[in-house]
Design a protein around this ligand. Structure first.
Ligand code: UD1
Length: 438
């Protein structure tokens, strides 16, 4: 089992490049299923979630060619499958974004059959708004035995008006994809405004769709018969950049992050400045510096342009060592998303969780320990905590981290961190009982 071993306490210095946005990639790759012709995607992150989706498209009959590490050419012209074969079920159950295949297959074939989606395990993740939206476009959706079956009456979706009861990134994306080739006009109200929603709209428009209003809370789509090939460059990853920004805040040092859109980072930069971290913005870079003491603060996560829920664990990890009391409140997921707090406590953090808030009493320093990555972002938080702690930290279950961070070990090493990935065999029952006897 792979683990990260971190010897903490070394300030971070240097420059790294941020990769393409994971959450844009996992929407755009399924959306490419709707395209007849060659679709060239640049600035794709090299992470296991994109590998999995490319693998699924290949299995469905797409021609997938890696041009270099971050560029792929996809040709889905000859894909005919509107149902996920059994060999793919363990993959679609692993990743959340597999539910975008429903919107894409419905849009392309008027039918879709796949498994219920998987993804990060931070509690119940309903899909009622996806279903509401796709139903408003004329799909008949049935769920049974862990599968979703969707059929468009007359074989093609029809435009409609949808009001989302909850601002949902996934539902906004799924409905946008499906509506791109539906007959007539679709209006989606109360939509999410995250940067990757705008990126998906730009991608669809580059392939011939007519999507307007992405980035505001109403999206209007005039359906086209089909999408054609083209080239598209994905935006940089807001959350990856934010993760390195918070790492510098926690550990100290001065780091330049290139290939970023500073506007997407404003909500994070503003919080870090409150915490006595310098953030300088250029056209496509940010420079983060922290050499003084951290200040405590309060953070509440909200849909974009608010503070991202996917930065919540990393921010908590930084605030563990900010003198005074900080309060981190989860405003997107109603289960708090605080499972990882137990791991930070193993490192000496003083945190109490009450419902949707974590109350953090800053301690002088964290101490290295063996901790688990409970999910993707919680895993990043463990790495940050380990980099700032005294002594050795081992982070287990790094498979979660690798779903969404391209070469996190290499990037931190380039900044001078002492972090390595080791492959340690898991302890067997026999080892454990042997130890008990001994
Ligand atoms: C996406 C991101 C995830 C991020 C989240 C919020 C991807 C692959 N994942 O997840 O990293 O944490 O946005 O920024 O892009 N909800 C419903 N009904 C629905 C859908 C959602 O009630 O049908 C609720 C959820 O329980 C949650 C809130 O809406 O409380 C936001 O969820 P949503 O924005 O849909 O998250 P995801 O798209 O799953």
């Amino acid at each position: 089992m792979e683990k990260y071993v971190i010897r903490g306490g070394k300030p971070l210095h240097g420059e790294i490049e941020i990769s393409g946005a994971k959450n844009a990639a996992v929407a755009i790759i399924p959306a490419a299923l709707m395209v007849r012709g060659v679709c060239r995607l640049e600035n794709l992150p090299e992470i296991s979630d994109t590998d999995t989706l490319l693998h699924i498209l290949t299995y469905l009959g797409a021609d997938v060619r890696m041009i270099n590490r971050s560029t792929v050419e996809l040709d889905c012209t000859h894909v005919q499958m509107d149902s996920l074969p059994e060999e793919m079920w363990n993959m679609t159950r692993k990743i959340r974004a597999s539910y975008y295949l429903i919107g894409a297959m419905l849009g392309r074939f008027g039918r879709a059959r796949t498994t219920m989606p998987g993804g990060c395990n931070f509690g119940v993740r309903p899909i009622d708004q996806h279903i509401k939206g796709l139903t408003a476009l004329g799909a008949d959706i049935r769920m049974a035995g862990g599968f979703i079956n969707a059929t468009a009456s007359d074989g093609r979706l029809k435009g409609g008006t949808v009001y989302l009861d909850k601002v949902s990134v996934g539902a906004t994306i799924n409905i946008m994809i499906a509506a791109a080739t539906a007959e007539g006009r679709t209006v989606i109200e109360n939509v999410a405004r995250e940067p990757h929603i705008v990126d998906l709209a730009n991608f669809l428009n580059s392939m011939g769709a007519d999507v307007r209003g992405a980035g505001t809370d109403v999206i209007k789509i005039r359906g086209v018969r089909e999408l054609h090939g083209g080239s598209y460059t994905l935006i940089p990853d807001q959350i990856e950049a934010g993760t390195y920004m918070t790492a510098v805040a926690a550990v100290g040092g001065a780091v330049r992050l290139s290939n970023v859109i500073p506007k997407h980072l404003e909500c994070i930069s503003t919080k870090l400045r409150e915490m006595n971290v310098e953030v300088e913005e250029g056209d496509d870079y940010v420079l983060i510096r922290r050499d003084g003491p951290l200040h405590h603060t309060n953070v509440k996560t909200k849909p974009y342009p608010g503070f991202p829920t996917d930065m919540q664990p990393q921010m908590t990890a930084v605030l563990c060592c900010a003198p005074g009391v900080s309060v981190v409140t989860e405003g997107v997921w109603n289960n708090g998303r605080f499972k990882y707090v137990a791991e930070l406590k193993k490192m000496g953090a003083n945190i109490e969780v009450d419902d949707q808030s974590a109350f953090i009493q800053g301690v002088e320093q964290l101490t290295g320990a063996t901790v688990k990555a409970c999910d993707l972002r919680a895993g990043a938080a463990m790495v940050i905590a380990g980099l700032s702690a005294q002594g050795v930290t081992k982070v287990e279950d790094v498979v979660y981290i690798e779903r969404g961070y391209q070469d996190i070990v290499g990037k931190f090493r380039a900044l001078g961190a002492d972090i390595t990935c080791i492959d340690e065999p898991e302890e067997t029952e026999a080892d454990l009982s042997g130890r008990k006897i001994g």
